[in-house]
Ligand binder design. Structure first.
Ligand code: MN
Ligand code: MN
Length: 301
C-alpha cells in the first residue's frame, strides 16, 4: 500500500518564461520510454511480482523503496509542466476573441484540447505512455540490469531536457531528478554488485558527465547530500535495503545512508483557474453550499 502526502517533493519556482513548447519537451520525462511513469511502473510491477522475496529480502526492499519514490517524481514532473503551461492562453469566458488562438502552433495541442493546460501521460511527441515500457521478467539479475540501464537512459534524457529548456522551473525539477535518479543508478549498481560480485559502480556516471555540471543538482548534493540518502518511503518497512545501500558513493567517496520514512517536501504550488477552458467549471458554485457541507462534516474552512 502507499501512504500519500499532500506535498510536493521539491520546491519549484514560478517559471520566468512559461512556454507550451518547453512543457512539451518536459513531457518526455513524464510519459517517455525512460520517463518517470516508466520507472514507477517498472519497479512497482517488479515488486508485486517478486517471487522468493523472503530469501532475497534486501533486493525486494530496494525495489519497493525506489518504486514508492518514483511516485513523487511523476508529481514533480507534472507540476513543472503545469506551471510552464499556466498563463499561456488569454483568461476569460468570452470564446469569440479566440482565447486559445496563441497556442494553435504549440507542438502538443493535447495540453489545451484534452486537458486544462496541464500534464498528460504522453511523451514529448504526444505518444501515449504504454505498459510495453514495463520490463518485469521475474529474473532478479535481469530485472536489476534492466533497472540500471533504465535509470541511465532516464539520466540521459534529463540531461538533454535540461539543455533544451532553460527556464528555472524546469531546471530546478530536472536538477532534483538528476540527483535522485543518480542515486537510483548507484543503488541498482550496488545491488548487482552484491548479487554477482561484478563492480558495476565503475561504470558510473552514465552518460559520462557528473551531476556537478548542473548547478541545481550540485546545490542539492552539496547542501542536502540528497545523492547519499536512500529513503524507505515507509514508516516501518523495507529496512533491509541497508544491506545493499551501504559503504561509500562511487563518485565522491562520501558515506551512504538509509533513512526510514520519506521526506517532508513542500506545499503544492497553487494552480490558478483557467475560465477560458472551463476549468475548474462554473464560477457560480455557491461558496455557502460548500461551507454548509463542511460544517455538517465537521471540517474547518
Ligand atoms: Mn525518478
Ligand atoms: Mn529513479
Amino acid at each position: 500500500m502507499i501512504l500519500r502526502y499532500d506535498r510536493l517533493a521539491v520546491e519549484l519556482p514560478k517559471p520566468k518564461n512559461p512556454s507550451p513548447n518547453d512543457a512539451a519537451a518536459v513531457q518526455e520525462l513524464l510519459g517517455g520510454k525512460y520517463g518517470e511513469m516508466s520507472t514507477l511502473m517498472n519497479y512497482t510491477f517488479q515488486s508485486f511480482n517478486f517471487r522468493g522475496r523472503n530469501r532475497l529480502r534486501p533486493f525486494y526492499d530496494l525495489t519497493c523503496s525506489i518504486a514508492a519514490e518514483e511516485y513523487s517524481h511523476i508529481e514533480a514532473v507534472s507540476y513543472a509542466i503545469n506551471l510552464l503551461l499556466t498563463g499561456q492562453t488569454v483568461r476569460g469566458k468570452d470564446p469569440v476573441p479566440g482565447p486559445l488562438k496563441d497556442v494553435a502552433d504549440a507542438r502538443n495541442s493535447y495540453h489545451f484540447l484534452s486537458s486544462a493546460q496541464a500534464a498528460v501521460p504522453f511523451d514529448s511527441m504526444g505518444n501515449p505512455w504504454t505498459g510495453q515500457y514495463v520490463h518485469a521478467s521475474g529474473n532478479l539479475k535481469l530485472d536489476l540490469l534492466h533497472n540500471f540501464f533504465l535509470e541511465c537512459g532516464a539520466r540521459a534524457n534529463k540531461m538533454r531536457v535540461y539543455e533544451m529548456v532553460t527556464d528555472p522551473c524546469a531546471r530546478t525539477m530536472v536538477g532534483y531528478l538528476l540527483v535522485r535518479g543518480g542515486l537510483h543508478v548507484v543503488a541498482y549498481a550496488k545491488a548487482l554488485e552484491k548479487l554477482t560480485g561484478v563492480e558495476v559502480s565503475k561504470l558510473v556516471p552514465v552518460p559520462e558527465l557528473s551531476n556537478d555540471a548542473f548547478p541545481e543538482a550540485k546545490k542539492l548534493q552539496d547542501q542536502q547530500k540528497l545523492h547519499l540518502k536512500l529513503y524507505t518511503f515507509s514508516p516501518d518497512d523495507y529496512g533491509q535495503v541497508g544491506k545493499i545501500w551501504n559503504g561509500t558513493h562511487p563518485e565522491d567517496g562520501q558515506p551512504l545512508e538509509v533513512l526510514q520514512g520519506g521526506f517532508m517536501g513542500v506545499p503544492y504550488p497553487e494552480l490558478e483557474e483557467e475560465p477560458q477552458l472551463n476549468s475548474p467549471g462554473a464560477d457560480d458554485y455557491d461558496p455557502q453550499m460548500f461551507a454548509d457541507i463542511a460544517k455538517k462534516m465537521g471540517v474547518k474552512m
